[in-house]
Design a protein around this ligand. Structure first.
Ligand SMILES: [Zn+2]
Length: 338
């Protein structure tokens, strides 16, 4: 009877505290089993009966103690089931490296260029991507009826502004603001309505540069460009100038770089061994005038570095579409090695 009640009670316990309560209830100083001995009048029992009673009481106590201990063991095992998972942690295993983000290759080239130009005394200027028609075209000698506008398919905004087609749009803005002498670069994103293929993008990066001072000549232009390219490619590079037409320079040149892929012998990337890299020239007097500079006193040169193309050459990337692809696998290749 007592055994049944005890088993029934133990079957329902859920906490260690409940077990303790049951232990006290049955085996405590005033517990049910303990009381059995207290309540019995041994004087009325024969020696044989006393012996019998004693044996049965001990059996009952042992039974109760065993059952309570068993329940306790079961419950403890259940409670430690979750913490046992932690025992699987091996503190001696070396950690895995966190993955670091990577800089976009164009950002890397831009940062490098900025450092090189700053070393040559150039100011780095940030500028808006949405430009006035005047800054993007007229101020750099491209009037509305000028055929050069056809060369650049332009994204027009509803408010008659444009997404700048080059960062040359900053030349006059900078001259107006800083006057002469001036040397500065304008890195940034440009937009043209182009169909996209391995060598054309509608969104690309340029770094326009302008230097205005007294007695600036083509020799200064070539000197600065050669220094720049040697720094970027970490070796002596061969360049050549060809006549080129750009409305904001007179005379204008195409500066070609001896192909770094093939060394000048000709390959699918360059064709004849030379890569058109930097349109440049001496600043057109009209541009200086728009900037409030007297062209009889000052002269200058301007150049338009294609950051995107420079990044392609520097890192051996043969398809321009990777840059704006958003493909992390591409960018991850430029993560710093630690
Ligand atoms: Zn080549």
């Amino acid at each position: 009877m007592i055994q049944d009640e005890l088993l029934k009670a133990l079957a329902n316990v859920k906490t260690l505290n409940e077990i303790e309560q049951i232990r006290i209830q049955y085996l405590g100083r005033k517990g049910i089993i303990t009381n059995l001995a207290k309540e019995t009048d041994f004087s009325k029992l024969s020696p044989e009966e006393k012996k019998n009673f004693g044996q049965k009481l001990n059996q009952l106590k042992n039974f109760a103690t065993d059952q309570i201990q068993e329940t306790l063991n079961r419950l403890t095992a259940q409670n430690t089931a979750t913490p046992q998972v932690h025992r699987l942690i091996d503190l001696t295993v070396s950690g895995s490296a966190c993955s670091l983000g990577a800089l976009h290759p164009i950002s890397m080239v831009q940062m490098e260029l900025e450092e090189i130009f700053e070393g040559m005394g150039f100011t780095v200027l940030d500028s808006p991507e949405a430009e006035t028609e005047f800054n993007n075209f007229e101020s750099i000698n491209i009037p509305s009826d000028h055929p050069a506008r056809d060369m650049q398919d332009t994204f027009w905004l509803k408010n008659d502004m444009v997404l700048r087609t080059h960062t040359s749009s900053n030349q006059v803005r900078a001259l107006k603001r800083f006057g002469a002498p001036f040397r500065g670069i304008f890195p940034g994103r440009c937009f043209r309505y182009e169909s996209i293929d391995p060598s054309h993008e509608n969104t690309f990066y340029q770094c326009e540069g302008l230097m205005v001072d007294r007695d600036i000549s083509v020799a200064n232009l070539i000197g600065v460009m050669k220094t720049l390219l040697s720094e970027v490619f970490k070796r002596d590079v061969k360049v050549r100038l060809r006549p080129g037409f750009f409305p904001f320079v007179e005379p204008g040149f195409e500066l070609d770089l001896n192909c770094l892929f093939c060394g000048g012998s000709g390959c699918p990337t360059c064709g004849d061994g030379w890569i058109e890299l930097i349109p440049c020239g001496l600043t057109h007097p009209k541009v200086l005038e728009f900037g409030g500079i007297n062209p009889n006193e000052f002269s200058g040169f301007a150049f338009g570095l294609g950051l995107t193309r420079l990044a392609m050459m520097k890192y051996g990337i043969r398809d321009i579409r990777y840059f704006n692809s958003g493909d992390v696998r591409f960018y991850e290749q430029f993560a710093p090695i630690i």
